[in-house]
Design a binder for this molecule. Structure first.
Ligand code: ZN
Ligand code: MN
Length: 490
């Protein structure tokens, strides 16, 4: 007998994300004085007995890490626990020198992680959608495994402990996300928030990493570990939905397991059957006292917080008169929002700036698969380009070509215009010459246009073509019509 899947639970895709945000703006690691800036160093040079897990050492918590994690908790509308504690999450892996990770845990004895019960609001198809936040916790990053090529095919693993002990803020969502695209939107918005808070630089490789739990149609949940880019979040989840659906269509079981997303091969591969909580043998870390956070500390943090993306979007709408959609796009990344505001300081038309950034600049980045951090051009150059249009030195059409070259090379717009001879032709004599040659070339169109003035547009178009868009449109129009009157009078 065939059973149909009901609409409500049905094909429903449920995704929960565990987001690890590295607090890259901290100078030191979470429990020792080693530099947290591990990226540009020789492997295994930013290490000490504490973060190497040598016996007899004691961890000392980094106060600033709590401030940063509290800011994230506030920004995500969470309740901050007055008392939270550190636990040992035990597992054995080469990147973990102590064989346990210091983390936080919600235990039966009432122990709490730093914060819980919050939400983040996403704009999905023009509607506000709330994604629940289950909990937020501080924990330490393991070391970094270095593979040759892909993790699944590398013949050997090298380990760099410079990252061992760097502070992570883990954010766990409810399974409220219903599509790979929504998951990507969530990740992007979270990045914009933590960048606005000034606690991390999301542009750094590996500074935001995601684990995703996904179930399709009420089936078993599969975990995909360690996804490191927004694009990969969407791709890994899309792949996983197809994989689970095709298993179900064949009548096969979806196993509860942990899979890895292989970015090179663009597939997920099984790593192991999923651990349960018990496998980690959590217990309270006897080296660390419980963390007590007073009301005054929470108030102090709230006072230090910078403007967040939603508030900034609202300000963009009122201060610059932008549509809600534009404000949302421009504040989707702190770097982009800052870039926009720097342009607006130099050019008085915010809507015009917004249009050029959203269509030409974002279009270019999208097409090339680049991030806003990769931009070669500057707000000064963008403002100068718009000024060239305002002054009618170049047409809008030519400006698009110039913008393209600015984005590709970083050159100044006036230099490009000069080097390529793109200045608008406004000289009457010069234009009249081009109009004359077009009239000679298209006698049939000329006689059409004498009878029907609307057909004159074709001749104007030919002048634009001959001058590669450089002819001043108003002057060309006027000249073509004058010349048509002369021809008609004959
Ligand atoms: Zn250390
Ligand atoms: Mn974690």
């Amino acid at each position: 007998m065939q059973t149909s899947i009901s609409d409500k639970t049905g094909d429903g895709v449920k995704i929960g994300l565990e987001c690890h945000v590295q607090l890259t703006k901290l100078k030191t690691k979470l429990f020792c004085g080693c530099s947290a800036d591990y990226r540009d160093r020789e492997p295994n040079t930013s290490v000490c007995p504490v973060c190497l897990g040598l016996p007899g050492t004691l961890p000392v918590p980094n106060r600033k890490a709590f401030d940063f994690a509290m800011m994230i908790s506030k920004a995500l509308n969470c309740d901050i626990a007055r008392l939270s504690s550190f636990y040992r999450k035990n597992y054995t892996y080469v990147d973990l020198p102590k064989n346990y990770q210091i983390s936080q845990y919600e235990a039966a004895d009432g122990s709490r992680t730093l914060a819980r019960n919050g939400y983040l609001t996403l704009k999905v198809n023009g509607e506000n959608k709330r994604v629940g936040i289950w909990r937020i916790q501080l924990e330490e990053d393991p070391g970094r495994n270095v593979f040759k090529g892909s993790i699944t095919t590398s013949p050997e693993t090298l380990v760099d402990y410079n990252r061992s002990g760097v502070a992570l803020c883990e954010i766990v969502t409810a399974p409220d996300i219903n599509s790979p695209r929504e998951a990507r939107l969530f990740a992007q918005k979270l990045r914009s928030i933590v960048e606005h808070l000034g606690v991390t630089d999301g542009g750094l490789q590996g500074s935001m990493r995601f684990d995703a739990n996904i179930s399709v149609g009420g089936g078993k949940s599969v975990e995909i570990k360690n996804i490191t880019s927004f694009k990969a979040v969407q791709k890994a989840l899309s792949f996983e939905i197809s994989r689970q659906k095709s298993l179900r269509n064949r009548g096969a079981q979806v196993n509860r397991e942990t899979r890895h997303y292989d970015e090179l091969r663009k597939i997920t591969v099984s790593l192991r059957t999923k651990e349960t909580e018990e496998d980690y043998r959590y217990f309270r870390d006897p080296d660390l006292m419980p963390i007590r956070i007073g009301e005054d500390a929470i108030d102090a943090i709230a006072g230090e917080m910078q403007e967040l993306p939603d508030a900034r979007a609202e300000r963009f709408a009122t201060q610059y008169g932008l549509p809600e959609y534009d404000s949302g796009v421009l504040t989707s990344s702190k770097v982009l929002a800052d870039f926009f505001e720097e342009c607006v300081e130099l050019h008085e038309n915010p809507k015009k700036v917004a249009n050029w950034l959203m269509t030409e600049l974002l279009g270019y980045l999208n097409e090339k698969g680049l991030e806003i951090e990769d931009l070669k051009t500057t707000p000064g150059h963008i403002a100068a380009l718009l000024k060239l249009i305002d002054d009618k030195t170049i047409s809008g059409k030519i400006a698009k070509r110039v913008m393209r070259e600015m984005l590709e090379t970083g050159a100044r717009p006036d230099e490009i215009v000069r080097a390529r001879g793109l200045t608008k032709i406004a000289d009457r004599e010069e234009l009249a010459g081009v109009v004359e040659s077009v009239f000679e070339e298209f006698p049939d169109s000329v006689s059409d246009a004498v009878k029907d003035p609307k057909a004159a547009n074709y001749l104007v178009g030919q002048v634009m073509r001959k001058t590669m868009g450089r002819a001043d449109p108003e002057k060309t129009n006027k000249l073509v019509r004058e010349r048509l009157e002369q021809v008609g009078a004959r």
